[in-house]
Design a protein around this ligand. Structure first.
Ligand SMILES: C=CC1=C(C)c2cc3[nH]c(cc4nc(cc5[nH]c(cc1n2)c(C)c5CCC(=O)O)C(CCC(=O)O)=C4C)c(C)c3C=C
Ligand SMILES: [Fe+2]
Length: 394
């Protein structure tokens, strides 16, 4: 049964190492994607600007930022994604509703996600990255070689954006069209409002919010989403997406009714999660992180908001949640947990190595907690597995 189906988990990807040349190669592929940097319209001019101006200006800082979060196993985004795939594969080899076995808790293997998967699993699980390794062409070739008949593309982005969800799905569709046009491609829709996804987010948040010794009016929850250029909010298309969308009773989105607006998707995730958390959620607000210079991006900007919350709103204890990222990565571990924490606490300098979230900065807040992303939390694995089961049964 398993030989007929495969699930392709796709995320953004990371450089091969923190060496300048590897970071440059990664940024050239990433920022050379016309769905990420789409101006100017002429490819040669865009390439020149990206490779000769944008990348040289940010290369050292990017490499330094990666070196702050790099582990012995490599990029957190990649190692956590591998762990997600292993745990999903284990879940798919058990009958639905069976409890996880001890083996699920085993440490992540740094290499392959798929080779030791059970032949009796509902589907084999593969990991591909839009930029860097494991590349989509390489994984598509591996999948095609197994002779599967159906592939489920599962982009690890809850919200639609041309620069995230769309570029992943189009790239996978292009590659299969070239290598294995007979394979049926199905695709999971942006799952921003899916009740199981919201439940998983709530399950991750709850212990942090419940652990507050004495909830106070100056507690605050900041939703920090990855920004996009304002111009991109209205650029949305399914052109090049040849996969069929998988229907699921818990997901609201259809191309016709759900729209393709990043901002609308974000609004819904935020509202639904707050509803799910009920009285547990403190005062809250929303901001956008990780902007590039050159044009207006969605605002307010997280870096400015972190200082404003402490200095103007009197927030003392801050929780930051980043629901646009399913996996902790550079943007959550370095930008939020290191730089963001220092900004909020009013500390100066490179204090990223401090283990504690507390500081006594007079202008800043008192306590800062980044709530982790879904990562390989059991509730997220359950969500992924339930979507795969639903697809396999259809
Ligand atoms: C969550 C979805 C993402 C959207 C939408 C997105 C848009 C977007 N990003 C850039 C530029 C950069 N992003 C970088 C890192 C990065 N971005 C996302 C996700 C989204 N990006 C992730 C998960 C990561 C981390 C990757 C990792 O290895 O951990 C970077 C690289 C780092 C740096 O130099 O700051 C850049 C550059 C643009 C221009 C854009 C939309 C137009
Ligand atoms: Fe990004």
């Amino acid at each position: 049964m398993s030989a007929r189906r495969a699930v392709l988990i796709v995320n953004l990807g990371s450089p091969a190492s923190t060496a300048l040349e590897d970071v440059r190669e990664y940024l050239e592929e990433f920022l050379g994607d016309p769905r990420v940097i789409d101006r100017p319209r002429w490819r040669w001019l865009r390439r020149t600007i990206v490779n000769r101006i944008i990348i040289p200006r940010r290369l050292k800082n990017s490499a330094h930022a990666y070196s702050q979060i790099w582990t012995k196993q490599g990029s957190p985004l990649i190692t956590t994604s591998r762990s997600v795939c292993e745990k999903l594969a284990a879940a798919l080899s058990r009958p639905a509703n069976a409890p996880p076995q001890q083996a699920d808790a085993s440490p992540t293997r740094p290499d392959e996600a798929a080779p030791e998967q059970s032949d009796h699993a509902l589907a084999k699980v593969y990991l591909g990255m839009r930029y860097g390794q494991p590349s989509i062409p390489e994984i598509a070739a591996q999948i095609a070689a197994t002779g599967v008949k159906k592939v489920l593309i599962f982009p690890q982005y809850p919200h639609y954006a041309m620069s995230s969800w769309e570029t992943v799905v189009v790239r996978v569709c292009e590659e299969f069209a070239k290598r294995a046009p007979d394979i049926r491609l199905d695709c999971v829709k942006p799952f921003y409002a899916d009740a199981d996804y919201i439940d998983a987010l709530a399950a991750v948040c709850r212990p942090y919010l419940e652990a507050r010794p004495n909830p106070a009016p100056h507690d605050h929850l900041l939703f920090s989403y990855h920004g996009i250029p304002v111009r991109h909010v209205d650029i949305a298309s399914l052109r090049g997406v040849t996969a069929n969308f998988v229907d699921h009773p818990l997901a609201q989105w259809t191309p016709e009714t759900g729209g393709l607006s990043y901002v609308e998707h974000i609004k819904q995730t935020t509202e639904k999660l707050l509803l799910r958390l009920g009285g547990l959620a403190p005062r809250h607000s929303l901001a956008y992180q990780s902007r590039l210079v050159g044009e207006p991006w969605l605002s307010p900007y997280t870096d400015i908001e972190l200082v404003r919350l402490a200095q103007e709103e009197g927030v003392r204890r801050l929780f930051v949640l980043c629901p646009a990222f399913t996996t902790d990565c550079l943007e959550t571990l370095e930008e939020i947990q290191c730089q963001g924490r220092d900004s909020f606490l009013g500390a100066n300098g490179d204090k990223c190595d401090s283990a504690s979230g507390d500081a006594g900065g007079s202008l800043g807040g008192d306590s800062f907690q980044q709530i982790p992303c879904l990562n390989d939390h059991p509730a997220y694995i359950d969500f992924l597995a339930s979507r795969v089961r639903h697809w396999a049964a259809s």
